[in-house]
Design a protein around this ligand. Sequence first.
Ligand code: UDX
Length: 455
Amino acid sequence: MGAGYVGLVTAACFARLGNHVRVLEVDAQRVEQLRGGVLPIREPGLDQLVEESLDAGRLTFDSDPDSTHGSRLSIVCVGTLDGDGDWTAGTVQAALETLARDADGPRGIVVRSTLLPGTGRKLAETVKAIDPRIQLALNPEFTREGAAVSDFMEPDRVVIGVEDPAAPSALLDDLRRLYAPLDAPIVVTDLTSAEAIKVASNVFLATKISFANELARLCAAMGADVQSVVDGMGLDKRIGRSFLSPGPGFGGSCFPSQSRALPDLARRAGVDAPIMSALAASNEGQADWLLDRLESTASRSVDGWRVALLGLTFKADTDDLRESPALQLARRLVARGASVVCFDPLATAAGVAALRAEGLDVTAADSAEAACSAADAVVVATEWPQFRLLEWQAIARQMRGTFVADARHVVDVDEASRAGLTVIALGVVAKPAAVLVAVEDPAVAAAPLAVTAPR
Ligand code: UDX
């Protein structure tokens, strides 16, 4: 149920594993497109999987609720964010009630949508009040955008929450069979613990990123190279290197909303959780810290500057702009008086439209080079691979100023420095393009100066 991001990946992957999957989607237009193999989202490998399973007759799309009749189980994959990007269980509840009221539909229901801990137990009561034969299980997903198919097919673990983990359950047996080909450990637990595994995993990763972001600030203040620091820390198996890269802050549909919701839940439960409660502010502060560094390196404010913003999506290889830190950088630049010219390989128009809808007067460029033309400074906000290959010599000739703030560690610092630019990097201490030395008598200074790189 639900042909969104999670639903389509789940349906296509289970169909690939040899199951017959009928996707129920309320949007009739989306159903028509999907029947023709046209996907509403971008996800590497997903279109091939959908096409292959459509051809093999293992995948069908329908907007008629009766199409669930005869299925062995239902998997609910409907969205859980409201218009403000905050969590709501309302859509899941409505989907479950529809399924429960249809006595001819499957009585085993699995919720894959992300639920706040405690929600599943209440939902189980709701559906059982409609039909006591119904069994409810939770099966949270841990897939990243841009890598969802491989994350599904090669999971670190499969988590299944059931009403009573100790009791025999036909639904649990079915889920075990569904996942048997994947060779992954299966964690079976109660409903609330399954929900907590999902949310805590995301909030823990968000904490790890925020720790790296704060470490970047401290390293910059101490004159240490944060990239060496996180590499050195990451070699410790207890720590691990992944999700320890500092950047402009985390974004997307999961980390920000869940980093707000988990401390809220703690507050409502009367639980003191200072670490979780600090996450949102730490994340939001990263954009201002980056711009403070740009301004202190330039010894002036960006007020009146033309700034090229390269990258608008919340990470590379997606067109998703939800809670993107790049948009936050744009907001903070405009608040400081800069005029911002945006370029993103996939989302320039959508990103500029979103910012303009907030009343920000930003403009669009149709290439990175065009955005940088006549710019006083460049801010690299998303780690698109093509930004690693930018020709800084050519860009520097077109720029008005000389500053490049690299929030993603993708700028070739040596090449940019050779082009006369000053890179404000995460981890590499900024190299000045030139050092001016004032001496009393220039004739005496004809002897070569010994210059060492600044630490
Ligand atoms: C995340 C989880 O990884 C996934 O398991 C869950 O199912 C959904 O949420 P996703 O939102 O697709 O996936 O993005 P992810 O790749 O995890 O990145 C999240 C954000 O953190 C991005 O803005 C990314 O740029 C940022 N990030 C990630 C860092 O700043 N540093 C890192 O080291 C890793």
